[in-house]
Design a binder for this molecule. Structure first.
Ligand code: NAD
Ligand code: USQ
Length: 394
């Protein structure tokens, strides 16, 4: 298949592009390097050094003999999106290219507006390009388990059968997310469902849980193929952060009581889920939703597992929660669709010991411990992080 990977320079987009290429698909990557610029803004950097996109592509060609086409541009530019989809001629578009940090979206008004504009407008431009150029293109869009929030009932895969006053309908599952970033994904999901219903597009919304890990089969081969690894309080996610904290004897930062429970998956399962979704497309007019995670853990349980794996001396520190979120809640989410397509999950217990702690320990001398400190407060409308996004974006 010809598959265009939007956000193909990012943490997940890059290894996914390589995985799709390795199994024989013709892959193109699109990116505007926004993620590299957030690092400049925040004074952060990937713990594992990453090569430029040009070097990455050259290294992949040398390693595998496969080429990757690249398109540098911004999805919020409708002309760029239209031209890129027309030139590449994909059968599937995988869309990772969004601002993906909840804390970044909560810094202040400018960061919230930037996040929602970037994500919602970019996705609209992709939907219009597909509708105008070739409605048969299957859109595989990265959503988030956090779109659902933590309702007191079971979470289904996107849809809910509702019985009301003697009548029944199948409706989009009600959403109650926890940040302006997660809300941007909810807005995207509604726009996708509308485009499928009205224009007959075929889309798969992958409500992904929190991804951990840094190595895939394809990135391991050469240092120019490595993907990024974030541990700072804005872009680092809980498990990746705690592994780095353990590697440099910093206490593990549990926000609040630590009962927050989330679906999680290994980065090797992310790339495989995308392959499965592309190779088993949604039908014309179908808005298909998969919950993409393999195991669920509370923050407290993650800290205990890391303590046990890293050995004596690792401490847990309870930090006043900078977020507004339920800390002890019901959590039971369906996630059978990708398993039914053949996903063979990796398990955190194995990845922690075999790979994650070793990576963090190898790079610990480059860690800046000041970046562990949570810097964005949900209750405040202006947190002191970097310049205003409007200046940064300009
Ligand atoms: P990332 O920030 O590393 O990658 C996103 C890439 O998209 C970056 O390279 C960025 O430069 C690019 N991008 C952003 N806006 C763009 C635009 N307007 N035009 C062109 N390129 C643009 O993030 P990631 O961790 O790889 O996440 C990828 C996707 O998966 C996101 O949509 C995210 O919401 C979703 N997701 C991630 C996780 C996770 O744990 N990392 C979990 C669930 C869902
Ligand atoms: N947390 C801690 N300590 C930390 C960091 C986080 O206790 O040091 C807690 C948070 O309060 C939260 C939970 O861990 O309850 C998860 O936080 P996170 O930063 O790991 O994840 P989140 O903000 O939800 O976002 C990440 C990705 C996002 C993706 C989402 C999937 O950045 O792109 O959409 O995971 S999900 O969580 O399923 O919505």
């Amino acid at each position: 298949m010809r598959i265009l990977v939007l956000g193909g320079d990012g943490y997940l987009g890059w290894p996914t592009a390589l995985h799709l290429s390795a199994v024989g698909h013709d892959v193109g990557v699109v990116d505007n390097f926004a993620r590299r610029r957030y690092d400049d803004e925040l004074g952060t950097t990937s713990l594992v050094p990453i090569a430029s996109l040009a070097r990455r592509i050259a290294a992949w060609r040398a390693e595998s003999g496969h080429s990757l086409e690249s398109y540098v541009g911004d999805l919020t530019d409708p002309v760029f999106v239209h031209q890129t989809v027309r030139r590449f001629g994909p059968e599937a578009v995988v869309h990772f290219a969004e601002q993906r940090s909840a804390p970044y979206s909560m810094v202040d008004q400018a960061h919230a507006v930037y996040t929602q504009t970037n994500n919602v407008v970019g996705t609209l431009n992709v939907l219009f390009a597909i509708a105008e150029l070739d409605p048969a293109i299957h859109l595989v869009k990265l959503g988030s388990m956090g779109e659902y929030g933590t309702p007191d009932i079971d979470i289904e895969e996107g849809w809910l059968e509702v019985h009301h006053k003697g009548r029944t309908d199948r409706m989009l599952y009600p959403k109650r997310p926890g940040s302006f970033y997660h809300l941007s994904k909810v807005h995207d999901s509604h726009n996708l469902e509308f485009a499928c219903r009205v224009w007959g597009l075929a889309a798969t919304d992958l409500n992904q849980g929190i991804v951990y890990g840094q190595e895939t089969e394809e990135t391991r081969g050469h240092r120019d193929l490595l993907t990024r690894f974030d541990y700072d309080a804005v872009f680092g996610t809980v498990l990746n952060r705690m592994v780095v904290q353990a590697a440099c004897d910093h206490p593990l930062t549990v926000y609040g009581s630590g009962g927050q429970t989330r679906g999680m998956l290994d980065i090797r399962d992310t790339v495989e889920c995308i392959r499965l979704a592309c190779e088993h497309p949604a039908a014309p007019g179908e808005f298909r939703v998969f919950n993409q995670f393999t195991e669920e853990f509370s923050v407290r349980a993650i800290a205990s597992m890391i303590q046990a794996a890293a050995g004596d001396g690792v401490r847990v520190q309870t930090v006043p929660n900078p977020r507004v979120e339920a800390e002890d809640h019901y959590y039971h989410a369906a996630h059978s669709a990708l398993l039914d397509l053949g996903l063979q999950p990796h398990h955190l217990q194995d990845t922690l010991v075999e790979s994650l702690l070793a990576i963090a320990r190898r790079h610990r001398s480059h860690v800046d411990p000041s970046l562990f400190e949570p810097s964005v407060q949900w209750r405040s409308t202006a947190s002191p992080v970097g310049p205003r996004a409007s200046e940064f974006v300009a």
